[in-house]
Structures are given as structure tokens and as C-alpha cells.
Design a protein around this ligand. Structure first.
Ligand SMILES: Cc1cc2nc3c(=O)[nH]c(=O)nc-3n(C[C@H](O)[C@H](O)[C@H](O)COP(=O)(O)OP(=O)(O)OC[C@H]3O[C@@H](n4cnc5c(N)ncnc54)[C@H](O)[C@@H]3O)c2cc1C
Length: 456
């Protein structure tokens, strides 16, 4: 019996209450679900994914009291929980274009896992070497650990299993009411960075968001084992499964010494999930159930073919990775032409390099490559919802048209945006102003101070 319970019991006896039942004596303390809390901080980052991790670390490293709210149980978002664990592209045309905190985390992850970086001096030309060979295959489990450690070391207060239920803006501050596992918390802060990927906070605050009638499919990512590709009699196995089975062999080539340390195709298997949408718990649940059900059908059927009798799932990601949902309507919307022509914006805060890359179910991926020497740029205005104060976004939901977004959404670009948004939000606090009014030369200077690469 605990000391406190003994004291209670002795007290009860001395008061002549010795007949009190044990249930009463051991009455439970107030259950945490009945409590609600109030906290203050400088910056709230919502979404601990690709962009949000970097934004939170940067804000905290600049001395801002930072809270990171993540609805899941770990950091990294699409890179880790979704299984797209090959961030790209940090390099263009033989030069590094994105550095800073994103590069710090990714290169530390590569080094701690004993992996090798691609040879960035070999320039992809879309015929002999494709762009993805400059992506960096990382161990996603290790990345979640490093991301969490870096957040904690910087002083970020991480809150898993939590989501904002409402937000309001009063007297130059945001009040964010969150719920998580039945508890509610009121967080008062000066700046918010929406890194939800779906522009959730922007929409909740009442600002306009953009969306296509039809969105790109999501992917439920998995890997298979229990068979040898080279031993399979492919004539007896339907053609639609050949690529899926071939993946195991291609993924193995990762550990071999390919010239660019990256296999000739992306190292995962996936089920396409039409119109997959992570915006609400209902739509993301539907996307997960659809993908899992399809995978189960595949496994059942595959096991009936010769050589595949022992096939098994060796890895399955816990949620469907989502390509496209809502984007913000920002102070500026980056267009396809801006992107592929590498337009120079005065307020450019980061580079971005990838082909336009639109996935369509049942059709070939639409890809457009940038001309030699051209690199896309991200203007600060595309991270600021039109009409907002003290609110920014970072990640795939930046203000952009559909084609530009299909390139801008890649991971290194999201990381660059995360760092830039946090620097801007921190300066806005110091200058007692809103992000769009922070002088761009101050943002550039601080970004450089923090190791980021700023478009010249
Ligand atoms: C199948 C697929 C293949 C891809 N291939 C590549 C590739 O080859 N190379 C490449 O670089 N990029 C690729 N991408 C693109 C890239 O992975 C994503 O666009 C990018 O990771 C998005 O980053 P983000 O920070 O915007 O969102 P995410 O990384 O998805 O992070 C969003 C985070 O916010 C959290 N969240 C959402 N809503 C809330 C809420 N209301 N409250 C609290 N938390 C919330 C989520 O749980 C998540 O952790 C691919 C994407 C997909 C889906």
C-alpha cells in the first residue's frame, strides 16, 4: 500500500470511520481526462511532418518558445509514417541548392545508418540518369528518432496525438484549442505555422484554400518477401504483378554499389489509392481502408502462383501517403511557368528542384523537366494566406497552381520552406509585426546565419 493510502486509512480509523469500504478509501485522484490546460508560447507549428519538424527546430533554435502539435505518434509525416523515405532534391546541376536544418537531419541519418550519399557531381540528364537518383534513400525509423531528438535538444515542446479543434485571433495573438485523447488544451501564441499538408489551420481560420475537382492518387507503401524473383516462372503469373514482384530485386540493389547509391527505380511497392485525402479523420480512414483491402486481395491472389506460395508482407506503412489535397490561396500563387522558367522573385526564400510530376490513375505520369541550369524558386508570399496576420504555411500546401505544386511539394523543398517560415515568424515576433511586413533582407541574413541556402 502506498504511503498516502496508509495515512488516509489511519486517518479514517482515528475519526471512527473504520468501517469505510476499501473502494472509498482508495478513491481515485482526478482523472486526467477531466482536466483542461492553458499554455502560452511564441510559435505553434501544427503538423510534425517533412516541413513542420524543420520549422519547429528552427523556431526553437532562434530562442522562440515553440510548441509542435502532431496528430500522429511520431515525427516525419509522409517521409516516415507514409513511407516516402527518399527526400529530394537537395542538388541541382551539380550544386547544392537546399541546405540548413533539412540537410543536417538527412545527412546525419545517412551517416548514422552507415549509408552513402549519391554522387551529386553526376548530373541527371533525363536520359542516362533520372532525377530520382539524386534523392537520398534514408532509414525512416532512424529519421523519426533523429527528428525527435533534434526537436527536444532545441527546446521544442512536442505534443503528439493532438489536433487543433478551433482557432481564433484576438489582440494580435492566436488562441488555439486542441484536443487529444479526450483532453483539451488552450494554447495562446503570437504566430502559427500551418504544416499540416492540407492547409487545415488556414481553412479553420477562415482563409481561402484551393483544390482540384480530381486529386492525384495516394499510395499505400509496403514491401514483400518470401520469394526469389529470379526463380519465378513469370509466364504463369499475371503481367499486372510483374513490376510488384520485381521491386524486391530492385530494392536489394540499394545495398549494392550502384553509381549513384540509388536503385534504378523508387525503392518501394505501393497500392494506388484513388482520390486519397488526409484532410479529415473520415477521409484518411477511407484511404487507409481502401489501400489495406486492396493489398489483402493482392497477397491472397499472389500466394496461389508458383514460387509465391510463401510470399509475405515484410513492411507495411501505417497510413496511406497523400499527394494532393488543399493548398492555400496566398499573397502570390506560383505558376507552372514561374517554376519551369526559374523566375527570380525578389522575396525568394528557397530554391526548389524537381520535374513537374503529376500522377494520374491508369495513365502515365505527366513529367516536365526544367531546362539545363534552371532552378525553381519559392517566394515568401506563397507561404502567407491572403488576408491573414501572424499565419504562415510550409510544405506541400503552399500557394501554387496544380502543375507547379506537383514539383514544389517534394521533400527537400518542403524542408527549405519550413526553415524559411520559422525564420520569418521569429523575426515577425522580434519586430512586432506580421510575416509579410518583415524586411526580406533581414530574412535572408538570418537564413544564411542558420546555414540555409538563399537564392542569389
Ligand atoms: C506516394 C508519394 C510519393 C512521393 N514521392 C516523392 C519523392 O520521390 N521525392 C520527394 O522528395 N517527395 C515525394 N513526395 C512528396 C512529399 O513526400 C510530400 O509532398 C511531402 O513530404 C509533404 O510534406 P509536408 O510537410 O507538407 O506534409 P507531411 O510530411 O505529410 O506532414 C504533415 C503532418 O501534419 C500532421 N497533421 C495533419 N493534419 C494535422 C492536424 N490537423 N493536427 C495535427 N497534425 C496534423 C500529419 O500527421 C503529418 O505528420 C511523394 C509523396 C507521395 C504521397
Amino acid at each position: 500500500m502506498k504511503r498516502r493510502d496508509i495515512i488516509r486509512k489511519v486517518g479514517a480509523v482515528s475519526l471512527g470511520l473504520a468501517s469505510t469500504s476499501l473502494a472509498e478509501v482508495h478513491s481515485a485522484p482526478q482523472h486526467p481526462l477531466n482536466k483542461s490546460g492553458k499554455i502560452n508560447c511564441d510559435i505553434v507549428v501544427v503538423g510534425g511532418g517533412t516541413a513542420g519538424v524543420i520549422a519547429a527546430i528552427q523556431a526553437a533554435r532562434l530562442g522562440k518558445n515553440t510548441i509542435l502539435i502532431e496528430s500522429g505518434s511520431q515525427l516525419g509525416g509522409t517521409m516516415t509514417t507514409g513511407g516516402v523515405s527518399f527526400p529530394g532534391l537537395f542538388h541541382a546541376w551539380g550544386k547544392q541548392i537546399i541546405g540548413g536544418i533539412g540537410w543536417e537531419l538527412v545527412s546525419e541519418c545517412v551517416s548514422l545508418n552507415g549509408d552513402k550519399l549519391p554522387d551529386f557531381s553526376v548530373i541527371p540528364d533525363n536520359t542516362t540518369i533520372r532525377h530520382w537518383r539524386h534523392q537520398i534513400a534514408i532509414n525512416s525509423s532512424l529519421y523519426t528518432l533523429i527528428a525527435e531528438e533534434k526537436c527536444l535538444q532545441a527546446g521544442v515542446k512536442v505534443r503528439y496525438y493532438e489536433s487543433p479543434a478551433s482557432i481564433s485571433f484576438k489582440r494580435n495573438n492566436w488562441l488555439v484549442k486542441t484536443v487529444g485523447k479526450g483532453t483539451s488544451t488552450e494554447i495562446s501564441c503570437n504566430q502559427i505555422i500551418d504544416c499540416t499538408g492540407n492547409a487545415c489551420i488556414t481553412a479553420m481560420a477562415g482563409f481561402e484554400v484551393l483544390r482540384e475537382d480530381e486529386t492525384q492518387p495516394g499510395s499505400l507503401i509496403f514491401s514483400l518477401d518470401g520469394y526469389e524473383y529470379d526463380d519465378l516462372d513469370l509466364i504463369k503469373i499475371p503481367f499486372k504483378y510483374h513490376n510488384l514482384l520485381r521491386q524486391q530485386m530492385l530494392t536489394r540493389s540499394l545495398s549494392e554499389n550502384t553509381p549513384n547509391n540509388f536503385p534504378s527505380t523508387v525503392p518501394y511497392n505501393y497500392v494506388y489509392v484513388p482520390s486519397a485525402d488526409s484532410t479529415t479523420s473520415v477521409t484518411h480512414t477511407e484511404a487507409n481502408i481502401y489501400g489495406r483491402n486492396e493489398l489483402l486481395k493482392i497477397i491472397r491472389e499472389l500466394r496461389s502462383y508458383p514460387g509465391c506460395e510463401n510470399i509475405r508482407i515484410s513492411n507495411l506503412k501505417s497510413e496511406t501517403a497523400i499527394r494532393e489535397t488543399y493548398r492555400i490561396l496566398g499573397l502570390y500563387t506560383v505558376t507552372r511557368e514561374d517554376y519551369i522558367e526559374g523566375v527570380d522573385f525578389e522575396d525568394a526564400i528557397s530554391y526548389s528542384f524537381y520535374p513537374v510530376d503529376l500522377h494520374r490513375e491508369g495513365k502515365k505520369i505527366h513529367q516536365e523537366y526544367l531546362k539545363e541550369g534552371v532552378v525553381g524558386k519559392i517566394p515568401l508570399r506563397s507561404l502567407i494566406p491572403k488576408g491573414s496576420k501572424n499565419l504562415m504555411v510550409a510544405g506541400r500546401c503552399l500557394s501554387s497552381d496544380r502543375m507547379a505544386n506537383s514539383a514544389l511539394r517534394v521533400q527537400a523543398s518542403c524542408m527549405g520552406m519550413g526553415q524559411a517560415a520559422a525564420v520569418t515568424a521569429s523575426l515577425a515576433i522580434e519586430l512586432n509585426t506580421s510575416p509579410e511586413k518583415v524586411p526580406i533582407n533581414k530574412i535572408h541574413a538570418e537564413l544564411r546565419n542558420q546555414g540555409a541556402i538563399v537564392p542569389a
